[in-house]
Design a protein around this ligand. Structure first.
Ligand SMILES: Nc1ncnc2c1ncn2[C@@H]1O[C@H](COP(=O)(O)OP(=O)(O)OP(=O)(O)O)[C@@H](O)[C@H]1O
Length: 244
C-alpha cells in the first residue's frame, strides 16, 4: 500500500552546516511516528522543510497521499492536508480562543455557512477541552491551554497528517498525560501523526514506530521499546537525557 507520507532523501544545509543529510522515511495511514534525537539533530528543520515553512528542502522528494509536494507552496501544502504545530505558542494572542479557531477554519467556497462554522468551532472547543476559555484572549490562557489551542487550530484544517513539535514541552505530569490522551484521540479520529518529543516515555507510550535522528541523519528506526534500548541510541541521546 502507498504510504500516506513518503519522504525520500531530503537534504537541507545552512552554509557549511548540514542540518538534514539525506533523510528518508514513510508514514503509514493511521500511524503515529515518533521522532527523537539530541538538541540540534535536525528534528525541527525536518518539519520546516516538509511543510516549506519557512523554507523548502535543498533536494529530495516528498509525497502526500501519492501526490508530490515539490511544486506546491506552503499554503497549498496546508490545503493538501499536511499541518504542523510549532515548538513555541504561535496563536494570535490578541484574539479570543474562539476567534483563533474560527480564523483557522478553511474559508473556501462551499466550506460552510457562518452558523455551520460556529457549530464546528464549538465542537472543536469541546474536543480540545477549551469551551470554558472560549471568550478569553489566547495571550491570557496558560501554556497547556495554548498548546491545546495550537493543536486545535491545526486540526481545524481537517489534516491528513499532523506534525507536532514538542506538544508536551513545559507541561506538568498530569497535563502530559492528558496531552497523550488527546494525541491518541486525534489519531482515532483518523489523523496520522508525526511527533517530535524530548520526553522519551511519552514517545514510547504513544508512538507506533520511532525514528532517532543524529547529526541530521537517521540513526535508528523501529519499534519504540526496541529503539530505546539500542546501544547506538543510548550513547547518542538517551543516556544524556535528564527528563526521560
Ligand atoms: N534557520 C537556520 N539557520 C542556520 N542554522 C539553522 C537554522 N535552523 C536550524 N539550524 C541549525 O540546524 C541544526 C538543526 O537544528 P534543529 O533546530 O532542526 O534541531 P532540533 O533537533 O530540532 O533541536 P532541538 O531539539 O534543540 O529543538 C542546528 O545545528 C541548528 O543550529
Amino acid at each position: 500500500m502507498t504510504p500516506l507520507l513518503d519522504v525520500k532523501d531530503i537534504r537541507k544545509s545552512f552554509g557549511a552546516l548540514q542540518a538534514i543529510g539525506g533523510v528518508s522515511f514513510t508514514l503509514n495511514r493511521g500511524e503515529i511516528l515518533g521522532i527523537a534525537g539530541p538538541n540540534g539533530s535536525g528534528k525541527s528543520t525536518l518539519f520546516n522543510i516538509l511543510t516549506k515553512i519557512p523554507f523548502p528542502p535543498d533536494s529530495g522528494e516528498v509525497s502526500l497521499d501519492g501526490k508530490p509536494l515539490k511544486s506546491l507552496g506552503p499554503r497549498q501544502i496546508v490545503d493538501a492536508g499536511l499541518l504542523r504545530i510549532f515548538q513555541t505558542e504561535m496563536d494570535f494572542e490578541s484574539l479570543t480562543v474562539l476567534e483563533n479557531i474560527l480564523v483557522s477554519m478553511p474559508d473556501k467556497p462551499g466550506s460552510g455557512t457562518p452558523s455551520s462554522k460556529q457549530k464546528k468551532a464549538d465542537e472543536l472547543l469541546e474536543l480540545f477541552g477549551l469551551t470554558a476559555h472560549s471568550d478569553r484572549l489566547a495571550g491570557e490562557i496558560n501554556v497547556y491551554d495554548r498548546k491545546r489551542l495550537m493543536v486545535a487550530t491545526a486540526f481545524a484544517h481537517n489534516p491528513l497528517v499532523l506534525l507536532l513539535d514538542e506538544p508536551a514541552a513545559g507541561l506538568s505530569k498530569p497535563e502530559i498525560e492528558e496531552m497523550v490522551e488527546l494525541i491518541r484521540q486525534l489519531n482515532r479520529l483518523g489523523v496520522s501523526i508525526i511527533l517530535i518529543e524530548h520526553i522519551i516515555p511519552l514517545l514510547v507510550a504513544v508512538s507506533d514506530r520511532l525514528i532517532v535522528l543524529n547529526f541530521g541523519e537517521v540513526l535508528a528506526e523501529g519499534l519504540p521499546r526496541e529503539i530505546v534500548r539500542n546501544p547506538k541510541v543510548v550513547e547518542a541521546y538517551i543516556g544524556n537525557q535528564s527528563d526521560g
